[in-house]
Design a protein around this ligand. Structure first.
Ligand code: NAG
Ligand code: NAG
Ligand code: NAG
Ligand code: NAG
Ligand code: NAG
Ligand code: NAG
Length: 549
């Protein structure tokens, strides 16, 4: 007995000694946002020390399809995956390399891509979630166009997160980047701190832009307007600024609808994105523009950009300058390879303080679209920058079907290294899914977006028309919530500071954590009251607010 208790006290002592290590190992794994976009002479160390990969699992030699054998993968676990990749073929300088996964049950065509080069290492970051567990799976790398190219991989890593761990990591990031600690001090004019003062704090404005597309259907529709204003602080016109809407016939420019929509915006303290100046998809250009070429097109393009931007200078927070340029090239085909560069330069001269955005689909939604990989987006941005474009932002449309959340986060990580404004600009979930599935996946995407430290705003693509919405409506025609609307309402409630009521302590102070935004404070002590306002902007230190009573 005695020996046993001695052993137990030794064990307790030992555990205490080792407690930092034990705490760390029992704690959730911290998600690692690290990403690289430069090709490096040597690969960096693997994230998470390789995670659950054993060194012997890694192939030693370059092959046309290096592969890892993975055992005992579990369903619904979020697997974050990364690797350094290099081309070893003498006849090829670069290739798009795709990582894919085959389990006993399913094939995942793309769990990550990288624009790999010969002579240096490039960083691939992606991930996956399985629908069914798999005791044996093959993760392999191939050139995406099927060419035989020797590929070397190094510093490969696979880190699993349970749903709870993933969720707690999101919550940690939300606390860190969307909230801040506030300390309110109350004293009187003699400099005495006042204890027991009743404090009431209300958040009256949210900083994080969260909104939706609107359509001209909102004009004159008071129910739609108040529904919108109660929820959102950001908007974008679904179609009403597009060239085909403002100039359906040559020379017949008409901004009546856009002007009326802007009046609604201005009257309600909403920020608006300017969408879009040009659209590279030929079929969305006015028919008469599709018929133009050479100097005629040049002149039409100049007239469009001058007219639009002189009228709306300083009204829109962003301009989508050249919509969907990774997939289409209407203007480059007709005006030469620098057409987009020219648009950006003209837009910048016309509205120097607006942020000029690229806006693209299938960069974030999937990695299976070879036209719009994260690396091709980045290299297009760098190209424009080299051409002299001075301000730019990253627009990610976000038209999802079933989202791959670890991949989505990995892509945001990679784009985040550019340190540019980055927004989700057109979020919805495909109408091929049930309303319930749309709601479920919408919540996943919105949480992922709001908790990502590099994301600056979120727009839904849910403009309401009598016959429905593009892919997903939040409500029916009478503004009764559909499942997706319930999700949005519940997140809007979660991402705002609830009314705070309390009393100052013996130091005359009271503290709380609040979402970034604007606040009204009232304090009351006996029959004395005072009111104040303050703004809570991003910052790592506690915001101190002093009120005199
Ligand atoms: C996978 O799980 C099975 C059953 O639990 C176990 O026998 C096997 O050793 C595991 N394999 C690996 C590589 O961990
Ligand atoms: C401009 O558009 C508005 C709204 O559609 C329309 O009422 C008006 O007649 C148009 N103006 C011209 C000059 O075509
Ligand atoms: C475009 O060109 C086609 C073929 O020349 C012609 O039939 C059509 O009327 C033109 N459309 C417009 C809107 O100018
Ligand atoms: C993607 O790129 C390929 C090859 O450049 C092209 O043929 C195809 O039309 C593009 N697809 C889309 C949707 O842009
Ligand atoms: C495009 O712009 C770049 C950078 O300004 C310039 O070097 C190049 O000559 C231009 N190309 C054409 C075809 O005008
Ligand atoms: C502070 O606001 C409250 C509630 O709005 C009001 O009743 C009170 O008179 C205000 N006090 C001062 C000093 O303005």
């Amino acid at each position: 007995m005695k020996d046993a208790s001695a052993f137990i006290s030794f064990l307790v002592f030992f555990l205490l000694l080792c407690s930092p290590w034990i705490a760390a190992s029992l704690d959730d794994p911290q998600y690692d946002h690290t990403a690289y976009t430069k090709c490096k002479e040597e690969p960096e160390k693997p994230l998470y020390n390789g995670g659950i990969l054993e060194p012997h699992q890694l192939p030693q030699f370059a092959s046309s399809s290096p592969a890892l054998l993975l055992h005992n993968l579990t369903a619904s676990t979020k697997y974050s995956f990364s690797s350094w990749v290099k081309i070893e073929s003498s006849d090829s300088d670069s290739a798009l390399v795709t990582a894919s996964l085959r389990t006993n049950h399913e094939t995942y065509d793309c769990i990550g891509t990288v624009a790999a080069k010969s002579g240096c290492w490039s960083f691939l970051k992606g991930g996956f979630t399985l629908d069914l567990p798999s005791n044996s799976a093959t993760l392999s790398f191939q050139s995406s166009d099927g060419r035989y190219i020797a590929i070397a991989i190094a510093s490969t890593s696979l880190q699993p997160f349970t749903d709870q761990q993933w969720r707690r990591n999101q919550q940690d990031m939300i606390n860190k980047v969307r909230k801040r600690a506030v300390m309110i001090h109350v004293s009187n004019h003699n400099g005495d701190r006042l204890q027991g003062v009743e404090i009431n704090v209300k958040q009256v404005y949210k900083d994080f832009p969260f909104g939706s597309a609107i359509a001209k259907t909102i004009l004159g529709n008071e129910a739609y307007q108040s529904w919108f204003v109660e929820r959102f602080n950001a908007a974008v016109f679904e179609n009403e600024l597009k060239w085909y809407a403002t100039e359906p016939y040559p020379g017949q420019i008409n901004y009546t609808i856009a002007d009326e929509m802007l009046e609604f915006i201005r009257a309600n303290r909403i920020v608006t994105r300017g969408h879009n100046i040009f659209w590279e998809d030929p079929k969305y250009n006015p028919e008469w523009v599709q018929n133009l070429s050479g100097p005629q097109l040049e002149s039409a393009v100049d007239t469009r950009i001058q007219s639009l931007m002189s009228r709306y200078r300083e009204e829109f927070v962003h301009w989508d300058v050249s919509n969907e340029m990774l997939h289409f090239d209407f203007y480059e085909q007709r005006l030469g390879p620098n057409a987009t560069l020219h648009f950006f330069q003209t837009a910048h001269e016309s509205d120097p303080l607006a942020t000029l955005f690229m806006n693209e689909f299938n960069v974030l939604e999937t990695c299976s679209d070879a036209n719009s990989t994260v690396d091709s987006y980045i290299s297009r941005m760098r190209e424009l920058k080299r051409g002299g474009v001075s301000m730019d932002g990253i627009g990610l449309e976000g038209h999802f079907t079933v989202p791959n959340l670890p991949l989505m986060r990995a892509i945001l990580d990679k784009l985040g290294t550019l340190r540019l404004p980055m927004w989700l600009t057109e979020v919805d979930i495909s109408s091929t899914l049930s309303k319930e599935a749309q709601a479920l996946h919408l919540e996943e995407v919105l949480r992922e977006g709001f908790s990502h430290p590099s994301l600056n705003g979120i727009m839904l693509w849910t403009a309401l028309h009598p016959n429905g919405c593009y892919q997903m409506c939040l409500t029916d025609a009478d503004f009764r919530n559909l499942p997706a609307g319930d999700v949005v309402d519940s997140l809007l409630g979660e991402w705002r500071t609830k009314e705070v009521n309390g009393k100052t302590n013996e130091h005359g102070s009271y503290s709380f954590e609040g979402f970034l935004g604007e606040y009204e404070v009232s304090v009351m002590h006996g029959d004395q009251t005072a009111n104040s306002t303050f703004a809570l902007s991003q910052g790592v230190e506690t915001r101190h607010v002093t009120i005199l009573l």
